[in-house]
Design a protein around this ligand. Structure first.
Ligand code: GLN
Length: 489
């Protein structure tokens, strides 16, 4: 049989259904792989050995009985550790929730399990998903499988690196300002940030509700489309979930961009962009042109306000969301007796949260405080409207907007961690899709000195089908997705 570490989820489901690969064997191979390499990568915070093996055996038994085992039958899946799986610790990469075990499953977990998918473990992340490098986790940094001296991107760095290194076939990420697309770009895999409301957030620990979505990470567009189909769609348990009926995104796996028109905003190639990234992304645009699409260089001047507006919105929402973690209702409790409430509460939060989370809570509270609210939060909301209008206008003339996902390839571990502004700047191209709620995908489009580079494709609200089609066409006509990191550590 072919190398299990190089199997796609599509092929694996087919082999499992035919009975030529057992789900149990596949899971055991993945456990071996995690045992061999995760000491170096640190992608997993917890692994579900017995539960996962039991689930795999059930799939195999049902195959033998000729039952329909579902569209993700036997596929080992990594779950970012801010998504609830009943009975399994959900730490959010924080000391604050080190011992928190959810009493229920997130809707996305119910859905993948309903189609035979198997939760293999919970993946490492920046603390409460705040970061772009997966260095702020209480459980230590994740390393990039292409070069373990580099970051994997963040905040879904454990999910990105686990897929790239073949520890799992698919993984969930969450994307508030780029946290799926950034690790997808840095690790050379595919990641989708869906339209706001397309995926249920029931069971996702909130960082900034108005911005975030759960989305798929996989090695190929085809696998992401299948995975996404299974867990997306309306959920009555999430009031912000869109009422539209469920869609089969695999219909958009069409190898054709003939006649499509793309806008390429110069602002996505602004100050600070790495020249190698710029070249690789332009080559990708030319590939799509060669396949019958046309493009135009455009300017979207409001893009320059996106990053500051994002950080004000995200931190403001975070300061309010994280207020519930006080060691009394939820979370870490220092255990000290005899102090007044205020003192105990502050101590729990000071010790339970890491420095970046504390910084954001304070900045967010400041932006929302009387006297500053108009100057910061309200202004950021105005930028949100401006960006929305600008994009809507542009998308009347173009099918999609293209550019680099990240302005540079993966950087060294430790390089930016003491300089928060430098880290925030890495999100410059990804935050817009979250601010205005549109879908965006990152697809591997080449390398810069051995490190992967991602092409970002954005389209209008509800147009996941379009970005999947463009990315699939690009993938079908290039070979980047076949490059897999040589793991020799
Ligand atoms: N890097 C961004 C931030 O720190 C995005 C994080 C995310 O998408 N969860 O806010």
């Amino acid at each position: 049989m072919e190398n299990v570490d190089e199997l796609t989820a599509i092929k694996a489901v087919q082999l499992i259904k035919e009975g030529s690969l057992s789900a149990e064997e596949l899971i055991m191979k993945k456990f071996d792989r995690i045992r061999n390499i995760d000491g170096s990568l640190n992608c997993f915070i917890s692994v579900l050995d017995e539960v996962a093996v039991e689930a795999a055996r059930t799939v195999d038994k049902r195959v033998r009985m000729g039952e329909d085992v579902g569209r993700l039958a036997g596929i080992p899946i990594g779950v970012k550790d801010n998504i609830c799986v009943e009975g399994v610790p959900c730490t959010c990469g924080s000391r604050m929730l080190e011992n928190f075990k959810p009493l229920y499953n997130a809707t996305v977990i119910e859905r993948i399990r309903g189609e035979g998918g198997i939760v293999l473990g919970k993946t490492n992340l920046d603390e409460f998903a705040m970061g772009s490098s997966t260095e702020t986790s209480y459980f230590g940094p994740v390393r990039n499988p292409w070069d373990i001296g580099k970051v994997p991107g963040g905040s879904s760095g454990g999910s990105g690196a686990a897929v790239a290194s073949g520890e799992v076939l698919l993984a969930f990420g969450s994307d508030t300002g780029g946290s799926i697309r950034c690790p997808a770009s840095f690790c050379g895999v595919v990641g989708i940030k869906p339209t706001f409301g397309r995926v249920s957030r029931y069971g996702l620990v909130a960082y900034a509700n108005s911005l975030e979505q759960i989305g798929p990470i996989g090695r190929t567009v085809e696998e992401c489309a299948l995975f996404f189909t299974v867990f997306s769609g309306h959920d009555p348990k999430d009031a912000t979930s869109l009422p539209s009926k469920r869609e089969d995104y695999t219909r958009y796996l069409v190898d054709d961009v003939q006649g499509m028109r793309f806008g390429v905003p110069q602002e996505l190639f602004g100050k600070g962009i790495d020249e190698r990234v710029e070249k690789v992304v332009w080559d990708a645009v030319k590939v799509l042109e060669g396949l019958g699409a046309t493009y135009e260089e455009i300017s979207l001047s409001s893009l320059k306000y996106a990053l500051p507006a994002y950080y004000i919105l995200a931190m403001s929402e975070a300061s309010s969301n994280l207020a519930r973690f006080d060691g009394v209702r939820y979370g870490y409790n220092s255990g000290e007796q005899g102090k007044d409430w205020n003192e105990a509460f502050s101590k729990n939060r000071r010790e339970g949260f890491g420095a970046e989370v504390r910084r954001r809570i304070m900045l967010g509270a400041y932006a929302l405080s009387a006297g500053y609210y108009e100057q910061y939060y309200l202004r950021a909301l105005k930028v949100r409207t401006l960006l929305k209008e600008d994009f809507e206008r542009t998308l009347q003339d173009f099918d999609a907007v293209l550019g680099p996902t990240m302005p540079f390839p993966a950087f060294n571990i430790g390089e930016k961690i003491d300089d928060p502004l430098a880290l925030y700047l890495s999100d410059i191209n990804t935050v817009t899709a979250n601010i205005i709620g549109i879908p965006a995908i990152s697809v591997p489009c080449g390398f810069a000195d051995g490190l992967p580079v991602g092409l970002q494709i954005m389209a209008g609200v509800g147009e996941e089908g379009k970005i999947i089609r463009v990315a699939f066409t690009y993938e079908r006509n290039t070979n980047w997705h076949k490059k897999i990191p040589q793991i020799d550590f």
